[in-house]
Design a protein. Structure first.
Length: 362
């Protein structure tokens, strides 16, 4: 068919799409409205997950490149913006499921045993691609049970398991790519491999720690403390200084880069990196909200029943919403940001200004 004769229903493949809501049968005409709603909403979720995976891979590939041109940072921010919009829509979709009352759901729930939403391969792929490690997962029982849950009814391999295993082998995660990019970030114009780079980074962190101490003193005064030795602030400072001084030099440079980008975000060449870090935090925040909203929907409809797949149900969902923080350093840095007036001065902000590109060979 020529491009001029394309129809909406052919391009979107409407008819095949509308034949996919039959559940375990071939025809959705035999299903009640509640079951059809349940199936349709979850199919929509899988389509959203497909888009999220595409955008996550785009940001990962951007940051994983040996050199990330300033002109391409906006592309990563646009991908993060689209992910945020998708997650917001996905959170709202739980309202449609909540149109089912408990009896509506119980009328067809037995059909699901032992299936579980945990077997959504694409949702597991999102976690893997973002960088959730096996050791960070909320347990489903025995070690590696989360992968076993993706096997077929008799323990055989399945398309779901193949998807997730392929994703696990498909290269760096977004967290790994992000940290590699942060590690390469110039700090006070110095990059890894430059003579004295470790001293430059350590010097910046030491000055930053002193600025944080000054700010904490001001905070103590604002709270009515006669001295900056308020025990709450003292503990906050101890935690902050420990975060600024990890034993791993690579981790130290990554954390310094986060504070550098966040602190000097108004410098032209740091504006887009700042937007990218902020976008990553918002994407993870919305993912957390998605999990929390899922848990509240489950509690409202079936309470604390055991999950159809054998999990603890609501308790498991609540644990994942609390425990999973993939970009932990980005979250932790919020406690350490200081007022602009207290930032360590930059002797030469020139490397972070816009540069005029000359003609080839200039």
């Amino acid at each position: 068919m020529s491009a001029g004769r394309t129809t909406y229903w052919d391009y979107i493949r409407v008819e095949p799409l509308l034949r996919l809501q039959g559940g375990l049968g071939e025809d959705d005409a035999e299903l009640g409205n509640a079951e059809l709603t349940f199936i349709t909403v979850h199919q929509v979720y899988e389509l959203w997950f497909k888009l999220l995976l595409r955008e996550l891979a785009t940001v990962r590939d951007l940051l994983a490149a040996p050199h990330v041109p300033e002109t391409r940072m906006a592309q990563g921010v646009r991908s993060l913006d689209r992910m945020q919009r998708i997650f917001r829509a996905a959170v709202q979709h739980w309202e449609v499921v909540e149109s089912l009352n408990t009896t509506d759901y119980l009328d067809f729930r037995e059909k699901l045993f032992p299936a579980s939403g945990f077997q959504s391969a694409q949702l597991r792929e999102i976690e893997v691609l973002m960088g959730l490690g096996d050791e960070e997962r909320v347990g489903l029982g025995a070690q590696g049970a989360w992968l076993k849950a993706l096997r077929g009814p008799s323990g055989e391999t399945s398309p779901a398991l193949a998807r997730v295993e392929a994703r696990r082998k498909a290269g760096p995660t977004l967290r790994e790519a992000l940290e590699a990019w942060l590690w390469r970030t110039p700090i006070r114009g110095s990059v890894p491999g430059d003579a004295g780079d470790e001293s430059v980074v350590r010097g910046f962190l030491d000055e930053y720690g002193r600025a944080l101490g000054v700010q904490s003193g001001w905070s103590a005064w604002a709270l009515g403390s006669k001295t900056p030795e308020d025990p709450r602030l003292a503990e906050e400072m101890r935690t902050a200084l420990a975060w600024l001084s990890p034993e791993d030099p690579r981790r130290q440079r990554i954390r310094a880069a986060i504070l550098f980008i966040e602190g000097y975000r108004d410098l032209p060449l740091l504006a887009w990196p700042h937007q990218l870090l902020s976008g990553l935090v918002e994407v993870e925040q919305l993912f957390i909200i998605f999990r929390q909203r899922h848990a509240r929907m489950v509690e409202r409809i079936i309470g604390r029943r055991m999950g159809t797949g054998g999990s603890s149900g609501l308790a498991y969902l609540e644990q994942t919403a609390t425990a999973y923080r993939i970009f932990a350093d980005l979250w932790a840095s919020k406690t350490l940001l200081v007022q602009s007036a207290l930032l360590p001065p930059l002797a030469d902000p020139g490397p972070y200004q816009f540069r005029r590109e000359g003609p080839p060979g200039a």
